[in-house]
Write a protein that binds this ligand. Structure first.
Ligand code: NAP
Length: 300
């Protein structure tokens, strides 16, 4: 059984991206720049934003940090996004989700210039992804593909079962895998799927993005399947300094006995998401400068 370490792979991706960013800086006399917008004081969002800024610093990507109190109005936030869209030095804009309830997340997402949408959530980028056109691709599904590629797991002709149909994971994951360069046969399951196990059991590759501990158990998975666990669930754990442990959606202990390969949580898909965000920022910077990213070496 192969453990698919996103932690190890993200270190490789980050080192490659750091090298490309150095070449970018040599050529354009500036670093790629990511604007990170945080609204409120949600601890999980603060942690994510901290990790993203830290990754920028490690890789030689400039970051512009903007923080607002949770009572900011939607108009004020949209004005901030408009300013960042107009700022020629900003290549990528990340507004950390979730936003407070009085703010329409879709309106904020749609306000971001698609060329700076490094999360890949803008309807224009999602549409291009579906059409198989070049776009900034959502980081988590892109990270899953990078794991499969790195470990030599073919998707051509494979049955893939994705559990979860969110706009940020399940749907873009399905769109990527059904493209002609991937050729997977994709089934997307959700909370209204009848007899979930029957679909999961048929799959050569299972991708769980549910948000529920032990949603995928060993009896649901066929022998030799590849299992990708996107889920990140915080479980109270007084033995941990943080007060919680991170668990995926898959019953790792038992499923790993049947799977041919599996991602752990933590250390699987999670670190890849940040790696792909850094790569998308580099890509956005290249496209904005009219440069071909492949000129800076390596695959992108
Ligand atoms: P989400 O928007 O809550 O979507 C969850 C999906 O799972 C929905 O489509 C839902 O169905 C489906 N679902 C819920 N219960 C189910 C059940 N019992 N059986 C089958 N399907 C069920 O979540 P998300 O944003 O996609 O995130 C999913 C998980 O991935 C979360 O744990 C999140 O923290 C994690 N995540 C991790 C990363 C990373 O970097 N590793 C990035 C993003 C998200 P309905 O559509 O019918 O409600």
């Amino acid at each position: 059984m192969l453990i698919l370490s996103g932690k190890d792979l993200s270190a490789i991706v980050k080192a490659e991206t750091a090298g490309k960013c150095r070449l970018f800086e040599n050529r354009f006399s500036r670093k790629p720049c990511l604007a990170v917008v945080l609204v409120g004081t949600d601890p999980a969002s603060q942690t994510y934003v901290r990790s993203k800024k830290k990754a920028c610093e490690e890789l030689g990507i400039a970051h512009l940090d903007i923080e607002f109190a949770s009572d900011i109005t939607q108009t004020q936030l949209l004005e901030c996004v408009a300013d960042l869209n107009a700022n020629p030095l900003v290549d990528g804009i990340l507004v950390q989700m979730p936003l407070p309830r009085h703010i329409d997340e879709l309106a904020v997402t749609e306000a971001i210039d698609p060329a700076k949408d490094v999360d890949g959530f803008h309807p224009q980028n999602i549409g291009k992804l579906l059409l198989g056109q070049r776009s900034l691709v959502a980081c988590t599904p892109k990270g899953v593909l990078r794991i499969l590629d790195h470990y030599g797991i073919q998707t051509d002709g494979k049955d893939v079962c994705i559990i979860g149909r969110s706009n940020i994971v399940g749907k873009p994951m399905a769109a990527l895998l059904m493209q002609r360069d991937r050729n997977a046969t994709v089934t997307v399951c959700h909370s209204r799927t009848k007899d979930l196990a029957s679909y999961v059991r048929r799959a050569d590759i299972v991708i769980a993005a549910v948000g529920c501990v032990n949603a995928i158990t060993a009896d649901m998975v066929k022998d030799g399947a590849v299992v990708i666990d996107v889920g990140i669930n915080r479980i109270p754990d007084p033995t941990k300094k943080t007060g919680f442990a991170l668990k995926g959606d898959v019953d790792y202990e038992n499923v790993s006995k049947k799977a041919s390969a599996i991602t752990p949580v933590p250390g699987g898909v999670g670190p890849m998401t940040i790696g792909m965000l850094m790569e998308n920022t580099f890509l956005a910077a290249c496209y904005r400068e009219g440069a071909d990213p492949s000129e800076f070496g390596g695959a992108v």
